[in-house]
Write a protein that binds this ligand. Structure first.
Ligand code: CUA
Length: 214
């Protein structure tokens, strides 16, 4: 339960993309509870009541419990997850503000091609609140993973390749970000901070932002 709050909680969403993930999580939890109860209940009945279940043949149990039960549940979940995934990745060339995230062992740096004069910031990602942002993610060395749990999903940072992820912070604030793929001894150093500024003050805040230590 300690993971349900705080800076890095995926269950405390601060924008629509993270919210869609949290919703899926809650739906899966609520769906898992009756299914778990059903399986444990059947197990207890077979243990406590000898002869229970004999009326259904072995084949019948496999068809009912191994096909009829999981197939519709997993198909529905897969469909919903694919739909949500497309929603979070978005389409290239949309109205989003572009930001580039570059990973290298022990460090995240961020560039702002749509904001003239903006510095490259290290360890701090600046966003305008209330505006759709498309992060282009890449890596200089090994595979990392970009993740701001309160704002959106994870996306791998792959050397020689660009991946995209959309984020939206509903209100100004500070959020935690991490590398979500084990990438060596400096993995734990790859925390970063996301600052969402009021949209009107974004360019000014970004212009005076510190570049950060190289
Ligand atoms: Cu970079 Cu873990």
């Amino acid at each position: 339960m300690a993971g349900c709050g705080g800076d890095l909680s995926a269950l405390d969403p601060a924008g629509p993309f993270a919210e869609s993930i949290a919703r899926l999580w809650w739906a899966m939890l609520l769906g898992a509870i009756p299914l778990f109860a059903l399986v444990v209940g059947l197990f207890l009945l077979t243990v406590l009541r000898p002869g229970f279940g004999r009326r259904l043949s072995a084949k019948g149990w496999i068809v009912a419990g191994g096909l009829a039960l999981p197939l519709p549940v997993l198909t529905a979940l897969l469909g919903y997850a694919l739909f949500q995934g497309e929603y979070r990745l978005g389409r290239p060339g949309s109205e989003a503000l572009r930001v580039e995230a570059r990973a290298r062992m022990g460090q995240w740096s961020f560039a702002y091609p749509d904001t003239p004069g903006a510095p490259v910031t290290v360890g701090v990602l600046h966003l305008p609140a209330g505006r759709l942002v498309e992060i282009t993610v890449t890596s200089e060395d090994v595979i990392h993973s970009f993740w701001v749990p309160r704002l959106g999903g994870k996306i791998d940072a792959i050397p020689g390749h660009e991946t995209r992820l959309r984020l939206l912070a509903e209100a100004p604030g500070t959020f935690g970000g991490v590398c979500a793929e084990y990438c060596g001894v400096s993995h734990t150093d790859m925390r970063f901070t996301v600052r969402a500024h009021e949209a009107g003050r974004y360019a000014a805040e970004l212009a005076k932002a510190e570049t950060g230590a190289e």
